[in-house]
Design a protein. Sequence first.
Length: 321
Amino acid sequence: MTESFGSKSTADDVLSGVNLSGRRFLVTGASSGIGLETARTLAGHGASVVGTVRNLTKAELATQSVRDAAQRGGGTLQLIELDLASLKSVYSAANKLIAEDQPFDVVIANAGVMAPPLSRTADGFELQFGTNHLGHFALVNTIESLFVDDGRLVVLSSQAHRVANVDLNDINFEHQAYDPFIAYGRSKTANSLFAVAFDERHRDRGIRAASVMPGNSLTDLPRHFSAEALEGLFKTVGNARAEAGLPPAELKTIAQAAATTVWAAVVADKNEIGGRYLEDCAIAPVEDTPNPFLDGVRSYALDPGHAEQLWDKSEHLVGFK
């Protein structure tokens, strides 16, 4: 990794001078936020991008910027309908991709939901764990044969993983009070652990997986927060960081928030980042201070034994072996 990027870098900065012609990427949640910017940047540098979206009609308009960038940069965009909160939809989309039999150089598990009221997926799972983790787990493993040798999997996690470890005994909050942010944190820990376990299973083919903390930005992800609640969250984060002697957390632009994803997918040495947690276009240090709003990764989010336990549980839940 010869060139240095950081918290202020944008996705276009990371790909400056890079030609992705002939390379194919799958990006979930490609019609808004970080996923949209990721798809736009990749297609603008010549990549063939397949973007998953929940609503094809709405996404056609929402992804116009990707098509414009693709036209200028020689890339392409194909949209495929996928609702990660429904295993029926996940397997339907996965089977369509398998039928097309077009390999992927990189799969980016980007889509997610954050801190809704207690809700269930179509299959009865707590919505955040079911969407953010189980939906991606089922999708990626079903299309595993489409990964090229030496390919990459990039899974978006979050600083919120620091809030809570996965509770494999009560993933659906059936025996404890539901807290939307705790549930979000658990799902983001699961995202990191999924990357750890996938990396271990597929590195013999040269395929490496990493998880990414994109950075906080004003996308529509926190749409379940009121303006007052969001302001309160920012104040809590600021106070927690001040108590730790750290500077205030800075909001990133969406272009900056997409940078670490693109860095992990294209630029970083895959063998250096494999099985790791990344932030600000770098490998994050392990930081086990309980403060949930520090930088760095909690060691439980990289624990290989816990990753295996989550994998076994996930296989059982989604009916995939």
